[in-house]
Design a binder for this molecule. Sequence first.
Ligand SMILES: [Zn+2]
Length: 413
Amino acid sequence: MFRKLHSLLGPLLVCTVFAISTPAASSETFKLLYQAEIQPESGRALVEIRLEGEKLPRKLELHLNPERHQELESDGDLEVNGDEAVWHPKGKSASLRYQFTINEQKGSGSFDSRITDKWSILRSDKLIPPISATMESGLRSRAELKLVLPEDWSSALPYKEIADDHYRIKDPGRRFKRPKGWMIVGRIGSRQDIIDGVDTTVAAPLGQNVRRQDTLAFLNWNLPELKKVFPEFPQHLLIVCADDPMWRGGLSGTRSLFMHSDRPLISGNRTSSMIHELVHVATGIRGDHQSDWIVEGLAEFYSLEILRRTGGISERRYQGAVDELEEWGKEAPTLLVKRSSGPVTARAVGIMRQLDREIRAATDGKASIDDVARALAEDRGKVTLARFRKLAEEAAGRPVKALDKDNLRDAEQ
Ligand SMILES: [Zn+2]
């Protein structure tokens, strides 16, 4: 699971990410049905997690947000202690129920999760909290999410729909599968296309000023080039758009992203928030205490680079845009900070260009930064400077100067 935040006010803001994975094995399966009834009148979702099978997990630990996940009850053994619930399912069929508060407002007053009487936009990985499962090796889940919605409402999620508002959940590498990413339900308008094998949907509440067709055309034009860098790009992609009072920027999630409808596809400085967020979707990486600049720098670098490759901007305008970012980046004395935003990310873009040139020069153009980015996307999870440097040196076939520590911070730092 991962999470990103970007603001309209500063083109490059903050990202936090985290991911959990367990090794997979296969022999026996149990059925895992998540059911969520969306209730506009209470602003809540009534959630049930139902398990059915010859063998069930021995213990499930739910990592709750106590302000949002409330009134837990179960027909089995359940202990709730602050932000943790421990459930021991019993027998061949067991269920746990709770209520989830949908609205969530950020410090700025805008929402990153919202329900009205006509629609709701939220993240399924918030609706269903992280769950650690203790179960026999070889046991694995077959998971579905079923939504119960008011009349006339429909839904869009980045999963295969097997019946109306009923989805099969993919969660690679996890035996206890869980839905992740953005979802939108309600009276919504959506446009769908298959773009280079990616089942792509752009959805928004009906009646809002959202350019679904422009967005889909932009994706038709740029996603195939992004897929050349990241061939493992998810098979489903959901883009959710909405007006105020939703978050005034972009937020990426698993196989999905949210983008405020005021946000241009290409900004004044020639970068693209849409491509930036798609790179986050593609890589699924997060920084450690000093490597967020790698996560943000790659996303911002490719937001220009993909446009250059697709002819969206000329070589001259591309180089000018990176030059301008490099200039702005001089305001950041070091890249080695916990959160990369503004001038830090701008400086990181310059480093990425430098690194790309160095790898191409060292290999007579046979390798590039694409090889490094692709390898990071295969790793997913946390990226460190050491890992990034190792991959870059493998691609170049020799040490790289661009990633010298002295190149990543000013002398006095
Ligand atoms: Zn970002």
